[in-house]
Ligand binder design. Structure first.
Ligand SMILES: Cc1cc2nc3c(=O)[nH]c(=O)nc-3n(C[C@H](O)[C@H](O)[C@H](O)COP(=O)(O)OP(=O)(O)OC[C@H]3O[C@@H](n4cnc5c(N)ncnc54)[C@H](O)[C@@H]3O)c2cc1C
Length: 435
């Protein structure tokens, strides 16, 4: 077993300044620690051996990503680290002490970032499925659940024995998630009855544990449907009235199964309401979803960096190997311009990533407005870089065999999910105008 125990070894920051056409970014920049680099090298070995040979089957949807994720967890001891970290956190909570970290994988922020970055360039969907299960599903139970709920669902989620999904989007309410939500719950004695539908749900087709957001229908027609309370519940696969669709066919990120969920009079006992009482405030869906937004958006910067780094690697290789007019294409200035702009994007996004890691390490979390700026910039940069990579490869770039076309299709998803980029604009502006 490659038991990489993440120890935080953070060298001194150095001051760096970078500029491109649109961005002027200053950062007290950290480098990867020696431990992070050891982890990265071991991870690259795992990717070569255990992921790359299966990419075609993952991308066709023939092979769901979950067993490979479990193998990754076991190879790096992440399952054990996560289990131990959770046990410590729950014991602290039981003893009445404040605790954090009971939903994560128990490593350093650098290690978590590297896991996302390194896998994103090979199989974005695989790492997106992992992130939704661990970050959004386990993360929501960690921050909103009672101790009993954490004990019930987290142990198998943090070790990836069970797969999680997080369901808020509906056919008529994407960006307008709360206002347009039509999935409802009504009280029935001590229980609730859930009806409605969710769509575009990552891991939806296979999930064992599902977080569902639903509007409370109290039977009072005078309350505008848009303004009704949103509650959050935890469902388990196989509950009566719950249907999980097969995966959709998508443009990219095909190693992540995405599907629909249907709720037909699903009876939900109160122990599945997050926080277990409406009065606790923990069941408030609007607050709960907002809590997840910043982390999810920072995660997009990690994934974007992975795509950009992989594109650059492939493009530099191809600039040497492709010869035209008796010369490597890397000698042509228009090709050099593409490489230079990819490098500028890499440096900018990497600095954003380092800044987020540094802030997490210092206990000074990135604000929602800043996280939105990171998401918007990095997803756009990744998509631009990947499209330019296709162009640099010419006709080969358009062929699946050369992989840059997959990267371009994958990158585009980053501009849509975790809140579309247009919605990021509104959140950035809101942060600025509130000052
Ligand atoms: C691969 C993938 C995985 C996903 N996984 C999940 C998941 O696990 N769980 C989940 O709940 N959801 C998930 N989603 C859904 C995702 O969050 C939504 O697709 C996204 O929020 C956009 O909603 P929509 O698709 O309904 O687009 P719409 O909201 O219909 O938007 C249409 C267009 O209008 C723009 N627009 C909307 N409002 C405004 C505005 N106020 N100003 C300007 N422009 C605006 C949008 O930016 C977009 O360009 C996933 C989506 C994808 C593609």
């Amino acid at each position: 077993m490659l038991a990489v125990r993440a120890v935080s070894v953070w060298p001194q920051p150095t001051r760096s300044v970078y500029r491109n056409r649109n961005v002027f970014y200053i950062s007290g920049m950290y480098e990867w620690s020696d431990t992070d680099l050891m982890f990265r090298d071991a991870l690259r070995g795992f990717i070569e051996k255990e992921i790359r040979p299966h990419v075609d089957r993952l991308e066709s949807g023939e092979l769901p990503p979950y067993d490979i994720i479990r193998k990754l967890y076991s190879a790096f001891g992440i399952d054990e680290m996560a289990r131990e970290s959770l046990e410590r956190a729950l014991a602290k909570e039981e003893a009445g002490e404040k605790s954090s970290g009971s939903g994560g994988m128990g490593g350093s922020p650098g290690m978590a970032a590297l896991l996302n970055i390194e896998i994103a360039g090979i199989s974005l969907g695989l790492v997106a499925s992992l992130g939704v299960s661990l970050g959004l599903t386990a993360g929501t139970i960690r921050s909103r659940g009672t101790l009993a709920q954490k004990k019930r669902w987290l142990p198998e989620l943090v070790t990836f024995e069970k797969v999680g999904a997080w369901a808020i989007t509906e056919p008529d309410s994407g960006s307008d998630a709360f206002g347009g939500m039509k999935t409802t719950v009504r009280r029935d004695g001590e229980d609730y009855i859930l009806n409605g539908q969710k769509t575009f749900i990552t891991n939806g087709p296979y999930a064992d544990v599902i977080i569902v957001y639903a509007k409370l229908d109290e039977g009072d027609a005078s309350v505008d449907r848009r303004d009704r309370k949103v509650l959050v519940f935890v469902l388990d696969k196989g509950m009566e009235g719950l249907t999980q669709s097969p995966p959709f066919k998508k443009m990219g990120m095909n190693s992540s199964p995405t599907g629909e969920l249907f709720f037909d009079n699903v009876r939900i006992t109160r122990d599945r309401l997050l926080g277990e009482t409406e009065e606790s405030g923990k069941s408030d869906g609007k607050d709960s979803a907002k809590e997840s937004f910043a982390a999810e958006r920072i995660g997009i910067a990690y994934l974007s960096l992975g795509i950009i780094e992989r594109c650059l690697e492939l493009c530099v290789e191809y600039s040497h190997s492709r010869k035209l007019w008796g010369s490597e294409i890397g000698r042509f200035q228009l090709i050099q311009l593409k490489l230079a702009e990819m490098e500028i994007a890499r440096v900018n996004v990497r600095n954003m990533v380092f800044s987020a890691i540094e802030r997490a390490q210092a206990g000074k979390p990135v604000s929602l407005s800043e996280a939105s700026a990171m998401k918007l910039y990095s997803s756009r940069a990744a998509t631009d870089v990947a499209m330019e990579a296709v162009q640099l490869f010419g006709g080969n770039g358009y062929m699946a065999e050369y992989r840059v076309e997959q990267l371009a299709r994958d990158a585009k998803s980053l501009m849509i999910y975790a809140g579309s980029n247009e919605i990021q604009v509104t959140h950035i502006a809101k942060g600025l105008l509130a000052r």
